[in-house]
Structures are given as structure tokens and as C-alpha cells.
Design a binder for this molecule. Structure first.
Ligand code: ADP
Length: 428
């Protein structure tokens, strides 16, 4: 189907002419030497040449170098070899305007043969705008990529900063924890030394009050006996002299006892006491103590000892066990009235040996019981009985070292039972 099918003879050529002339794309016709035979107005508008300026000129005037110089050889090569490099194929090439500016265009070349002469038509499409749009997209893409990259770097930097801050924060938390632990330790240490200081100062004042009370009686008794002795000059006054010498001796012994207690406590406080372990007969030791206690017993008081066996052997610090028992027996005697009975029972138990010293004495007031064993503590009902409040504290310390225990039960006005438990064989 062609324009000749619709238009009368002769008119269809005008139709074709107008189609070519008004086409949006540029349409060119050249001969086999490259001479421009026809160019529509799209071509003239595109290149800035008038139709007259182009007609008869070599098509290469519309090309920038190197095509400008080589175009003739392109046609020649094709005509000699028949190899089509552009004919029948659309291609992107560069065009050159009259003013010398170069622009992109799409070129589709086709060849036609009329009366054995070969001609070439070229259809040209200006790609300037499309290229510009493409470039814009590329630029926008680049910009976008750059922005994304910048933002990613920024984000990475922020993340790194955050990680670093976090690391520093963790490090500072750790440091603070260490400081806090050190601070708590220092505070505890300070608290302990403060408590020790308070305890020490309270001990000092309790010692001063105990010493001024406890030392006074024996010292004044020594003083009065000494001055009386000097007055008993006659031979027949020998018994009086002896009586006062005995009083002096007993007072000195009493003071000595207090000092020994003090030395024992100091030794234990300073950690200088280490048990001297040996094998001995507890039954034998109790017999010795019973004999010693005879001197302490008040009028009509009795000390009864119940042994479980005749010969109870144990491995411990004999001197210390003696001191412990002496302390408890002398207390039972001291805090009981004349005529009362004191019973000492020795029996083995699951973990060793159990010794009970029971009296029918004054007992310990209920309110005071929780303080018994504290250094210098003396119950309210014992104020008029001589004492230092050190004995039970020493007993407790000794028992701790010998891995023993001390407990007591007491009913005020009825009596007390002090119980000690000791391993039969001490093991370090
Ligand atoms: P001291 O007898 O020199 O005062 P202790 O440490 O031996 O010191 O005893 C502390 C206190 O416990 C005594 O002052 C007394 O109040 C009370 N106590 C100890 N043993 C007895 C006992 N057998 N009966 C009543 N009270 C006792």
C-alpha cells in the first residue's frame, strides 16, 4: 500500500514530499559519493544550514572529526566490500552544526538503488534532550549515591561514636564499680577501726572503774596489815603478825590473779596464745582442782565431783583446761552462800567431753544474762562480790582456741549451771 493507491496520479508525489518535509526526524538523501541530494526542514533546523547550503555538499560537513575526514572512505569500503557497518542498523553518532557545535543523534541509514545507482537515506533523531535527561539522571544518581554514601559514612561515624561512647561508659562504670568497692572496703575498714576505737575507749574506762574498785580493797588491806605488823613487837604477838602476813599474802595473790587475767587477755588479743597440747588425765586434774577449791569454799559449802570413769584421758592444753575449770568452780563458790552445794559432773558426749558446774547461788538476773561473758561485765546482783568481769571472757577465748563451747542456764535466786564442751582430743 502506497500514497498512489489513495491520491490521483502526480498528487501522491506531493504527498510524499510533504510527509518528508514535515517529518519530526531529519531525513537526508545522498548519492554514492556522499553528496547531499535532499534534506528536509528538520535537518536544516537541526544543523543550522539552509537547504541550499547543504545541497550538493558532501554529507561530511554535518560530521565532527574524525568522521568528517573519513566518511568518504566509509562509503568506499562499503561499496568495495559490501560489508554494512551502518546501513540497516540504527546507531548513535555525533553531528556537527554549522556553528561548529557537536551534538548527539541517532542515525538510521538505508540504501536504495534507482536505475542501478545506489543512494542512501538517513533518518536522524536529535538525542540532545534525551542525552541531557540521561545525564541528569546519571548526575542525580551520582548525587544520590554520594548522598547515600555521605549519609552512610555519617551514620557509620555516629555508630562508631556511639560504640566508643558506650565503651567509655562501660569503662567508666567498671572504674566506678572498682572505686565503689574500694570505697565500701575503706568505709568498712574505717567503721571497723572506729568500732574498735570505741570498744577500746569503753574498755579503758571500764578497766579504770574496775581497777579503782577492785584494787582498792586489797591495797588498803595490805597497807593496814603492814602498819599493824609494825606495832606487834612483842614475842607473844607472833600469831597476830602471822595473821597479818597471811592477809598481805592473800591480797597480793588476789592482785596477782587480776594481773594474770589481764596478761592472758592481752596475749590472746594479740594472737600470741597457741595451745600447748599434751595428754593428761582429766580425772586427775579434777581431783587436784577439788583439793585447791577447799581453800576457797565458804563455811559448810561442798564441792562434789561426779566422774564418768575413774581415768578419763584427754589431749588438750592442760594448763588452760585447769584455768577454765578453776574459773567456773571459783565463780560457783563465790556467787553461792555458805552451806550450799556445788556439783561438778563430767561425762563424755558425742563430740567430746561435757563438764557441768552447778550451783545453788544467787543466779543471774534475766536482763543481764545476754551480757554475760562480755569483757568487764558484771551482773547487777554481783556488785558487792569482788570480781573483775574478766573471768568468763577469758574462759570464752580459751574455749574458742581449744574448739570448745560455753553455755549457761541460770535462775535468779536459785542457781546457775555452766556447761563446757571440749573435744577429747584436740586437733589443730
Ligand atoms: P567476776 O566473777 O570476776 O565478776 P566473771 O567474768 O567470772 O567475772 O563473771 C562475770 C559475771 O557473771 C559475774 O560478775 C557475775 O555477775 C556473773 N556470774 C558468773 N558466774 C556466776 C555464777 N556461778 N552465779 C552467778 N553469777 C555468776
Amino acid at each position: 500500500m502506497s500514497p498512489s493507491d489513495f491520491f490521483p496520479q502526480g498528487a501522491h508525489l506531493d504527498v510524499l514530499q510533504s510527509i518528508v518535509e514535515t517529518a519530526i526526524d531529519g531525513i537526508l538523501l545522498i548519492d554514492h559519493r556522499g553528496k547531499v541530494l535532499m534534506a528536509n526542514s528538520a535537518v536544516t533546523a537541526l544543523f543550522g544550514y539552509s537547504a541550499e547550503e547543504m545541497l550538493g555538499e558532501n554529507i561530511s560537513i554535518l560530521m565532527p572529526p574524525p568522521d568528517r575526514e573519513n566518511h568518504d572512505s566509509y562509503i568506499r569500503n562499503y561499496r568495495e566490500t559490501g560489508v554494512k557497518k551502518i546501513i540497516g542498523i540504527g546507531r548513535e553518532v555525533k553531528g556537527r552544526r554549522k556553528d561548529g557545535s557537536v551534538f548527539p543523534l541517532r542515525l538510521a541509514v538505508s540504501s536504495i538503488v534507482i536505475e542501478k545507482q545506489e543512494y542512501f537515506t538517513g533518518i536522524l533523531q536529535d538525542l540532545t534532550e534525551m542525552k541531557a535527561a540521561q545525564q541528569k539522571i546519571i548526575n542525580l544518581n551520582r548525587e544520590l549515591e554520594k548522598n547515600v554514601q555521605d549519609k552512610t559514612t555519617e551514620l557509620q561515624d555516629t555508630v562508631n561514636l556511639l560504640l566508643e561512647t558506650n565503651r567509655q561508659l562501660n569503662a567508666s562504670i567498671e572504674k566506678h564499680k572498682i572505686y565503689e568497692t574500694a570505697l565500701v572496703a575503706a568505709r568498712d575498714e574505717l567503721k571497723k577501726s572506729l568500732e574498735k576505737e570505741i570498744e577500746l575507749s569503753s574498755l579503758k574506762s571500764r578497766f579504770v572503774s574496775m581497777a579503782s574498785h577492785e584494787f582498792k580493797t586489797p591495797l588498803s588491806s595490805i597497807l593496814s596489815s603492814a602498819s599493824l605488823i609494825s606495832k606487834y613487837v612483842l614475842t607473844e604477838q607472833e600469831p597476830d603478825r602471822t595473821r597479818h602476813v597471811e592477809r598481805i599474802k592473800s591480797s597480793v595473790n588476789h592482785l596477782n590473779g587480776i594481773l594474770i587475767d589481764f596478761l592472758s587477755l592481752t596475749r590472746m588479743d594479740e594472737g600470741r596464745y597457741t595451745p600447748e597440747i599434751s595428754g593428761f588425765s582429766l580425772s586427775e586434774l579434777l581431783r587436784e582442782l577439788q583439793a585447791e577449791a577447799d581453800d576457797l569454799l565458804k563455811k559448810d559449802q561442798t564441792l562434789i565431783c561426779h566422774h564418768h570413769t575413774e581415768d578419763l584421758q584427754m589431749q588438750s592444753d592442760k594448763k588452760v583446761v585447769r584455768n577454765i575449770l578453776y574459773n567456773l568452780i571459783s565463780n560457783a563458790i563465790k556467787y553461792s552462800e555458805e552451806g550450799k552445794e556445788i556439783i561438778c559432773t563430767v561425762e563424755p558426749d558425742d563430740s567430746g567431753i561435757c563438764i557441768r558446774i552447778e550451783d545453788q547461788g544467787m543466779g543471774i538476773p534475766l536482763d543481764d544474762q545476754k551480757h554475760i561473758g562480755s569483757r568487764f561485765f558484771r551482773a547487777a546482783n554481783a556488785i558487792n562480790v569482788p570480781g573483775t568481769g574478766l573471768g568468763l571472757n577469758i574462759v570464752q577465748s580459751y574455749l574458742n582456741t581449744l574448739k570448745g563451747e560455753l553455755s549457761f542456764e541460770s535462775t535468779p535466786g536459785e542457781g546457775s549451771v555452766f556447761t563446757i564442751k571440749l573435744p577429747i582430743n584436740y586437733e589443730a
